[in-house]
Each structure stands twice: as C-alpha cells, then as structure tokens.
Design a protein. Structure first.
Length: 318
C-alpha cells in the first residue's frame, strides 16, 4: 500500500503541467518535474542536488535565504516572486506557491512547490509603463487574462481571454471590475487591486469564478501598479490565471501526503507497540492528528466476525 501511494503521488507530480520542485531543509533541489525542466531548459542531472539559489538571478538569490526561513517557519508560501535563470542565461520571473511536508516526528521533510511563469505579464507591464501602448496581436495572444483598470477600478482594456471568460458580461470596457468579474455592486473584500492603490505594491488573491455566489472554479488574480513618469499610480494591471485544475491537483497531492504520513506512523506503531489496547488507541489518535479527522473509531473483529476490541478518539469533544 505504501509503494502504491508513493507511486501515485510521484505520477501526479511528474505529469503535472505546472513546474514543480521539492527542496530539502538546506534548500537543495531533490526533485523537479518535466514541466520545470522544460520551462528552464535544464536536464535532471544538471539540477538535482544543487542549491535552488544557483538558479536564481542576483536580485533574487540574496532574498532566498530569508524567504526560505520564513517558508519553513510558517509551513506554507503563496505568491512569492523570484527571478530564475534558464540554462542559456535568460531571466524568467516566476511566482511561487508551496507547502512544507513533515515526517512522522513533525520535522521538516521536503517542500512541495509550484511556480507560474510571469514573463508575458512583465512584458505587458513594461510596455504599458514605457509607452502606454501595446500591440493588440501580442496583447490578445497572452494565454492568461489581462485587464487594464483606471484608479477608480473602471475597466479600460481587456484581452481576448477575458472576453471569452466573461462573454455574458459584454461589453466589458467601461464597467467596474467588480460588476463584471464578480457580479457585485461594491468592491470585493479580497480585492488585490484596492491594496495596490493603498500601498503601491503588487498583490495576489485567489478569487471564485464566475462569482462568490455561484463558484465553479478559481482564478489567481495578481494586481500590479501602473505608474506614470513621476511614480504616481495611474492605473492597475490585473493578471488572471485559471487555477481550478491546479487547486484540484494540489488538493489531491495534499491528501496523498497526509495518507502517506498516516501510513508511516501506523506502521511504526504496529512495530513498536505490543499492547493491543494501547495500539488501537494510538492509531485512533494518529488518524485524527495526521488526517485531520474530528473523530476516529476502530473496531477489531475475529476471523468468525466476533467482536474483540475497540477504541475511539474525538467523540464527545466540541
């Protein structure tokens, strides 16, 4: 069962369309999938065992140590931006999300991280800041959603992706973003664009699609400030990525990680605990701890279906 679960987990990771990496406690790479290799142009033997900082541009490698320490302390990371360097020297801006997997002693085991390529988004941002214009062909060829907003969150321009996603709301331009994208009359409480207007920094949020009332999927919305020559915010660039399938896969990966952890702990209990009553009780406690159950109940029957023993945990609490 252990081998089957491990193989299932590995198969999901290796075939995942989004770049994946796993680091050890020192920040060395212990696994990447094919999407990661394709994105940066490396082969497995050029990557495994090396520090992740070796694949970062100077402006990111210095910050990695601090951010990695925060990651290990918090147990998760969301929307952290780095600039990675491909095999042939090309910089690639990326956005990382990830969690920490722990072993049966609750100690760090490895990271489970994925990244989004922000190259096209950065090109749009740069072009708009420099000249205020961007080729319609290039703008519409971007495979994610792009919206340009003014300071009042009125939509000034969108690409073809957004027109397809919100075809029932056409025309989009000239309306408030929250009216079109969330069918609201007021600003969304999670709005990253509002935060951009407040502090001038980039912000990211996961938002329901097509609305909070009737969600069928999830979008990752990253908002960037659009500044004029004096540095004043003149608008906002919203970058939207459909992460529905990604969230499903991550949920599956998280589930398998918890299952593997539970199996390891139960196996250790079976090996070391010889008292049947104590063993059953510890297994119940372990299932609640590792699988997130609110209650656990185990009944032991003999080969002729006669009741032998039982244990429970969590009943009567809360």
């Amino acid at each position: 069962m252990n081998d089957v679960q491990n193989n299932n987990f590995q198969s999901i990771i290796d075939n995942f369309p989004m770049p994946y990496q796993s680091l050890d406690a020192q920040g060395a790479i212990i696994h990447v999938n094919q999407a990661w290799l394709d994105a940066l142009g490396y082969s497995q033997h050029e990557v495994i065992g090396k520090s992740f900082s070796e694949f970062l541009a100077p402006n990111s490698s210095g910050a990695f140590k601090e951010k990695f320490s925060q990651f290990k302390r918090k147990g998760m990371v969301h929307g952290v931006e780095f600039t990675m360097v491909g095999k042939y020297g090309r910089n690639k801006p990326v956005l990382f999300d990830g969690i920490i997997e722990k072993d049966e002693k609750k100690q760090f085991k490895r990271t489970i991280c994925f990244f989004h390529d922000l190259t096209q988004m950065k090109e749009v941002e740069s072009a708009l800041r420099v000249g205020g214009q961007f080729s319609s062909d290039i703008f519409n060829s971007i495979q994610d959603g792009i919206s340009i907003l003014d300071e009042d969150l009125t939509i000034l321009r969108v690409n073809t992706f957004m027109e397809r996603m919100y075809s029932q709301q056409l025309p989009i331009v000239g309306k408030k973003c929250y009216e079109v994208y969330q069918r609201r009359k007021t600003i969304c409480p999670w709005c990253p664009s509002k935060r951009v207007l407040e502090d001038g920094e980039q912000h990211t949020a996961e938002v329901p699609y097509p609305s909070e009332e009737e969600p069928i999927g999830w979008l990752e919305l990253t908002s960037y400030p659009l500044k004029d020559s004096s540095g004043k915010i003149s608008g906002i660039i919203e970058h939207v990525k459909d992460i529905t399938e990604y969230k499903k896969k991550v949920k599956r990966i998280t589930h398998l990680t918890k299952v593997l952890n539970a199996i390891r702990k139960v196996n250790q209990l079976i090996i070391h605990e010889k008292n049947q009553d104590i063993l059953l009780q510890k297994v119940c406690d372990t299932l609640i701890e590792t699988r997130g159950y609110s209650t656990a109940w185990i009944m032991l029957f003999g080969q002729h279906s006669e009741y032998l023993d039982s244990a429970e945990s969590g009943f009567g609490k809360g």
